[in-house]
Every structure is written in C-alpha cells, then in structure tokens.
Write a protein that binds this ligand. Structure first.
Ligand SMILES: NC(=O)c1ccc[n+]([C@@H]2O[C@H](COP(=O)([O-])OP(=O)(O)OC[C@H]3O[C@@H](n4cnc5c(N)ncnc54)[C@H](O)[C@@H]3O)[C@@H](O)[C@H]2O)c1
Length: 318
C-alpha cells in the first residue's frame, strides 16, 4: 500500500493532484504539504496536512517518518516568470530543494519520486515543431536551466542508487481550481477568468504566439499513469515529452469567443514574450505513448466548455 507525500500541494497542480490521489488511493494514504500558503478547506479536511519546506530537509524528513511515506510527488517549485524575477530563489528551490528530496529518497529507501519537468527545459536552439524527446537543450531562463538539471539529477539517482525517479515535461497547464503561480503560460488561465468577469483580456504575449498547452485532468492522469507504469517498460526516467494541444493565443481567444461572443482580447507583450519565444510549439510524445500509454482526452473546445462552466459556478459563488 502506497503512502504518498505531495510537496507543493497548495499549488496549481499539487492541489488537484492531491485530491485525485486521495480519490484513487484513499484519503489517509495521501499526505498534502504546503509551504506557507493556507490550504483550502477541501485540501485540509480531506486527509493529512502538514507544513514543510523542501529547503529545510528535516522538515520534510519529519513528515516522511511520521506518516511512513514511501512515494513523493514533488510539485514544489518556483515557475518561469517568478524565476526570472528571483533567479537565486528559483535555483535554491528547484535545484537544491530537489537535491534534498532525492537525498531523502536515497536515505529512506523510498519506492518512487515523481518530479515534473517542463517544456522550459528546451531553449531557443531546440527544433520548435514536434520537438523530439532527445534534442538540443540549452535553455536561457533560470527555470529552464533548473529543469534540465532536475532531469539529469533524477536520471543520475536512478543509475547510481536505483532510486525510481520519474517525470514528464509538462506544457502550460490550464485549470479552473488553484490559480497558476507565476509561469509564462498563466495567460491561458487568466483569459478565462477575465472573459467571464470583464468580457475582455489584455494578454502579455503576441496573438500569434503558439505554445503547447494541456487541460489539468490530462496533466494529472499523465503523471499518475507514469507513476503506475511497469518500470521494465520504461526506457527513460525524468524526461518524457507529453503533448496535448498546440495553439496560438489568438486561437485560444477565438475558442472563448464561440461561447462569449462579446469577448475581446488585446495584446501587450512584456518580458514573458522572450521566454515564450524560446520554448517549443509542439512536442513529439511518441515515447510516452508507446512506453506507458500516454493519451490526452481533452480537445480545445471540450476544455473551453468545461473551463467556462466550472469558472462561472466558482465566480458566481464567490
Ligand atoms: N503549471 C504549469 O503550467 C506547469 C508547466 C510545466 C511544469 N510545471 C511543473 O509542475 C510542478 C508544479 O507546478 P505548479 O504549477 O503547481 O506550481 P505552483 O507555483 O502553482 O505551486 C508550487 C508550490 O510550491 C510551493 N513552494 C515554493 N517553495 C517551496 C519550498 N521551499 N518548500 C515547499 N514548497 C514550496 C509553493 O508554495 C507552491 O504552492 C512544478 O515542478 C512546475 O515546474 C508546471
């Protein structure tokens, strides 16, 4: 029986991942940990909750021992845009924090550590369309540098110590639950909120900026599916490309306009444009499909319909 620890459980992905893991494995088998943010009532009341800082190894070790943890999902991170504003913090959390978790995994003989990477691990010299799993990786953001380092560290711990570290390279994630935490694809969530609230949105990227995006249910299904995959079938560890939709900001705005005809989107690029321009537009995810059955379910239209329905309900309540 797995005892799972989710680090960064109050974040955009961690908050929904925790609830899904609790649904699948039982509420008491999944320990959620937050850093400083107060957890939502749902997260706090549905199972064990602790505070821990991945830069303070002992704070995480106490939780591992107290709850007899054997599996970690490390969702604690500083994302791309925030990372450019504070590269020193990004390095500490994304690299030194991860190193702490890998060391704890080794010392406590943990069964598995799941560590998401990102399309930010690629750089301006990487082929942009159908980006191969194995290609040139020279990222130009601190976050990207940290993500490549994380992939390599995870692979190293697998080879050297037999620690089962696995991860996917997430594209930008769109969700209706917790707000995103300072990434370059935050626009893809904000646009839905503003369309409902104001019928207009000013995007910090150009209209023709194409990026790979994914709806949260697919992102969660993907990481859990990889965690459950038979290790003998896996030829890679921490660097699986996974692809879902590839679309421009204009196409995303147009999909919203189908449901809200008055919606208007304007474009005022800022520093995040340079980051977006250094990332791939779409990914070759054949390794994930072949080795562990990756298969996203949501189309753009299905996602937009679901987002608008869920957010309308949320905004009307609040
Ligand atoms: N959201 C996306 O679009 C996206 C895309 C690609 C990859 N990813 C990756 O997925 C993972 C989760 O991302 P997210 O979007 O949920 O991020 P997020 O910013 O929403 O959440 C990260 C969480 O980490 C916590 N944290 C920060 N410093 C910490 C510390 N020292 N100790 C413990 N916790 C700390 C924060 O409080 C926050 O709740 C990250 O590894 C991220 O790089 C996310």
């Amino acid at each position: 029986m797995n005892r799972i620890l989710v680090l960064g459980a109050c974040g955009q992905i961690g908050s929904e991942l925790t609830m899904e893991l609790r649904k699948r494995y039982g509420n008491n088998s999944v320990v959620a940990t937050g850093h400083r943010t107060k957890p939502s009532e749902k997260l706090h009341d549905s199972g064990p909750f602790e505070f821990a800082d991945i830069l303070d190894r002992e704070s995480v070790e106490r939780v591992i021992t107290k709850h007899d943890v054997d599996t970690i999902y490390n969702m604690a991170a500083i994302l791309s845009a925030r990372g450019e504003q504070n590269p020193q913090l990004a390095f500490r959390v994304n690299v030194l924090g991860l190193y702490n978790m890998l060391e704890l995994g080794r010392e406590h003989n943990l069964e598995r550590i799941m560590v998401p990477s990102s399309i930010a691990a690629f750089g301006p010299g990487t082929p942009k369309v159908n980006t191969p799993n194995e290609t040139l990786m020279r990222p130009t953001t601190m976050y990207g540098v940290n993500k490549v380092t994380g992939e390599l560290l995870g692979n190293y711990y697998f080879q050297k110590y037999g620690l089962d570290v696995r991860g996917v390279r997430y594209p930008g994630i769109i969700s209706s639950g917790t707000l995103p935490g300072g990434g370059t694809t935050d626009y893809a969530v904000e646009i839905y909120y503003e369309a409902l609230r104001k019928k207009s949105y000013t995007c910090y990227l150009r209209e023709d900026t194409v990026l790979p995006l994914m709806y949260m249910p697919d992102a969660i299904e993907g990481i859990i599916k990889l965690a459950e995959a038979d290790v003998s079938k896996l030829k890679r560890h921490c660097d699986y490309n996974i692809n879902s939709m590839s679309l421009s900001v204009g196409e995303l705005a147009a999909s919203i306009k189908k449901f809200i005809p008055e919606f208007v989107c304007e474009y005022k690029p800022n520093f995040r444009q340079t980051i977006a321009d250094s990332w791939p537009k779409s990914l070759d995810d054949s390794a994930a499909r072949e080795e562990w059955g990756w298969q996203p379910k949501y189309s753009l239209e299905a996602m937009t319909k679901d987002m608008l329905t869920k957010l309308s309900r949320k905004l009307n309540k609040g």
